[in-house]
Design a protein. Structure first.
Length: 225
């Protein structure tokens, strides 16, 4: 296994690192993105820890490729704000239209170069999905018609078995959200794309643990771990 680091949007003011982790054998391509919203610090930290664990060989893949962009929107993160404009509304709605932000454009180029089968976008949200169907905290979101819906349901079933407090259970949400990375990657590439949302009112360590656990479960589903 090798871990290489590169820079996304390197010629712009939005330059940010990304990592490519390759097993010795060919296999599925899996992409993890975090920090599209700069104030969702639990998901950002989780993605950074995942990279650290690969660097330290505490996580190891024999086959396939994992690409991690731990902190997309550095500018928004420095101010701990969601970001203006909302980066997750700037992705193109089809292969015929252009991204409306240099970071969205750079991420899409990376996606088109590696063509991942799996795409996870890590976020945090307000409220608990278990208590209010309109809330997205503690949910995994898929675009309608996604090929990944079954996997998302299995991942949720698995993690919920480990969460004694029912209020913190995860639920699936099926949403069309034009301009989001999930919609773009689903529509343009046909990838199994997911938005993972922890509830930002929960203890930070717990949120980080949930995020890492969910990424690990998807990596197992993809046959990488
Ligand atoms: Zn978000």
């Amino acid at each position: 296994m090798i871990v290489e680091s590169y820079t996304l949007a390197s010629s712009t003011a939005y330059a940010t690192p990304y990592y490519v982790i390759r097993g010795e054998l060919p296999g599925p391509v899996f992409m993890v993105v975090s920090g599209i919203h700069g104030n969702e610090t639990g998901s950002i930290r989780a993605a950074q820890i995942i990279v650290e664990r690969f660097n330290q060989r505490r996580l190891y893949i024999h086959r396939g490729t994992i690409i991690v962009v731990p902190l997309m929107n550095q500018k928004a993160y420095r101010k701990r704000i969601r970001g203006v404009p909302d980066l997750n509304r700037t992705f193109p709605r089809s292969s015929k239209t252009a991204a409306k932000h240099p970071l969205a454009s750079a991420l899409l180029q990376l996606v088109l170069r590696y063509r991942p089968t799996w795409f996870l976008d890590l976020h945090e949200a307000n409220g608990l999905s278990q208590k209010n169907p309109k809330r997205l905290g503690q949910s995994i979101i898929v675009t309608p018609g996604s090929r990944g819906t079954g996997t998302a349901k299995r991942v949720i079933k698995g993690i919920n078995r480990t969460i004694p407090k029912t209020a913190y259970h995860f639920n699936i949400r099926i949403r069309e959200r034009p301009g989001s990375s999930r919609a773009a990657v689903t529509r343009i590439l046909g990838a199994k794309a997911f938005t993972v949302e922890t509830c930002w009112s929960l203890d930070r360590e717990l949120r980080i643990r949930y995020q890492i656990d969910i990424v690990s479960r998807f990596l197992k589903s993809a046959g990488l771990l």
